[in-house]
Structures are given as structure tokens and as C-alpha cells.
Write a protein of this length. Structure first.
Length: 259
């Protein structure tokens, strides 16, 4: 969306990266503060779930890309792999705090996650390089299709599971999601203008604030066993934000920002 809107693409990627890195801490914290009276929130369980759903799969993807398509030195690759292994260790330490036989559970968790998210991506990367030449475009096309298909399946399942709740609060939920979305664009843009940022940066922050990670929200709803209720919000918000976001980006596309 930022690319289409002639916004600051580097800033958009940076903000998304930082938001992703902060999500295991900030999302459980905010849910604990704002939603704990409505649903039961286990801070450490949610933090571990976000690591499993977001952080570790990203690490696995980066490792696959590093060994399948990267031209880095052995030293550079080693530093990155060690960094990802450190993330695995941190996740398992947090996941096993206060558990019985914590050392045994910690070691088992580290070995399992290291195999799934580090060793396996490296092995698949070398296998891919051996079987396919110049396959980066193929990977991008296949994974893009899988991503869209996955989102569609998630929305269908959530909508089917929450049919009764959706019939009861559907219109109100759509209105609430629309207000959330539009206020995000408006406050992101006006707040950036208030701090006298460049027009490109204002557009970027507007999109970053207005558009959210519906996939993560759906995953958390499933983890809490509330996919038919809590899961309805991201199921509605996801398609809605793509309609409003693409409309806003297309409108900005025809308006070249002043330098």
C-alpha cells in the first residue's frame, strides 16, 4: 500500500519490523490491560504463541532466503544463524518460567524449535538450490498464492464458526471496525502533520496505524479458544482494511507528494 501511495517504503518496512519485534511483549501486555475483564489472558502463553506464529516463522523464512538466495560470507551467515538461535533460546526461557522440571523442558523446547525453525530451513534451502535454478520468482509466486489462500480459509472458518454471533452483532461490528480503521488513518496522518513530517512519511504512518495484522489476531483468538467470538473482529477487519487501504493508496497515487 505504501508503494502504491508514493509513501516512504523504507520507513514502512522499518516500522513493520519494529512492530513485529515488539509484538510478543506489547500485544499480551495491552490485552492484559484492556481485555482481561472480558476474556482470560495468560501473558506468558500469549507471548509464546506470538513467538510461534510470527517471530520464529519469520526467522525460518530469513534463514531459507539466506542459504537459498543469499551471497553472504560464511561469517555473516554464522552471525545471523546464531542470532536466530538466541531468539529460540529466549522464547523457550520465557515459555518455561516456573514450570516443573524446567531445565529438561527448556532443553527439549530449544532442540525442537532449533530443528524446525533453523536446521530444517537450511536443509530445505540447499535441497531447493540443488533441484531448482533461479527459483526465487517461483517461490514468491507460490508463497503469495499460499498466503492468500490461507487468509481466505481462515476468514471462511471464523465466519462459519461465529455465524450466530455475527448475525447478532454483525452490523455493529462492521461499523466498529470501519471506525477503528478510518480513525487509524486519520490520527496517523494528522499526528505526523502535527510533528511536521514530510508528506511521504505522513502517508506511511497513516497506513501503518490504520492497517493491522488480522492474521495474528485470528491466531490469538484461536489460541484462546474464542475463534467464534473474538476471532470475528479480525475476520471483518481484514477485508475491510484492504478495501479502504487500497482506495486510499490509489487516491494518493495520483497526488505526487511535494518534495
Amino acid at each position: 500500500m505504501s508503494f502504491i501511495a508514493r509513501a516512504n517504503l523504507a520507513l514502512s518496512v522499518s516500522l513493520t519490523a519494529f512492530a513485529t519485534l515488539l509484538s510478543p511483549l506489547m500485544t499480551p501486555l495491552l490485552m492484559k490491560v484492556f481485555a482481561s475483564e472480558m476474556v482470560t489472558i495468560n501473558f506468558l502463553d500469549m507471548m509464546s504463541g506470538i513467538f510461534n506464529m510470527v517471530i520464529l516463522p519469520i526467522c525460518a523464512g530469513l534463514i531459507f532466503n539466506l542459504f537459498a538466495f543469499g551471497n553472504k560470507t560464511i561469517r555473516s551467515k554464522s552471525i545471523q544463524v546464531v542470532s536466530y538461535f538466541a531468539i529460540v533460546i529466549i522464547k523457550n526461557i520465557l515459555n518455561n518460567v516456573g514450570s516443573a522440571n524446567w531445565l529438561e523442558a527448556l532443553l527439549k523446547g530449544i532442540i525442537f524449535d532449533a530443528f524446525i525453525f533453523i536446521v530444517l530451513p537450511v536443509a530445505l534451502a540447499y535441497l531447493f538450490k540443488w533441484l531448482v535454478t533461479d527459483g526465487k520468482d517461483l517461490v514468491s509466486k507460490v508463497l503469495s498464492f499460499i498466503s492468500m489462500l490461507g487468509i481466505a480459509i481462515i476468514i471462511v472458518v471464523i465466519t462459519a464458526a461465529g455465524r450466530d454471533s455475527l448475525l447478532e452483532v454483525g452490523l455493529l461490528l462492521i461499523f466498529a471496525c470501519l471506525m477503528h480503521n478510518v480513525l487509524g488513518y486519520s490520527l496517523g496522518y494528522s499526528g505526523s502533520k502535527l510533528f511536521k513530517l514530510k508528506e511521504q512519511d505522513c502517508r506511511t504512518i497513516a497506513l501503518e496505524v490504520g492497517m493491522q495484522n488480522g492474521g495474528l489476531a485470528s491466531g490469538l483468538a484461536l489460541q484462546m479458544g474464542k475463534v467464534a467470538t473474538v476471532g470475528l473482529a479480525p475476520a471483518v477487519f481484514g477485508p475491510l482494511m484492504n478495501i479502504t487501504g487500497s482506495t486510499l493508496a490509489s487516491w494518493w497515487k495520483n497526488r505526487i507528494p511535494k518534495q
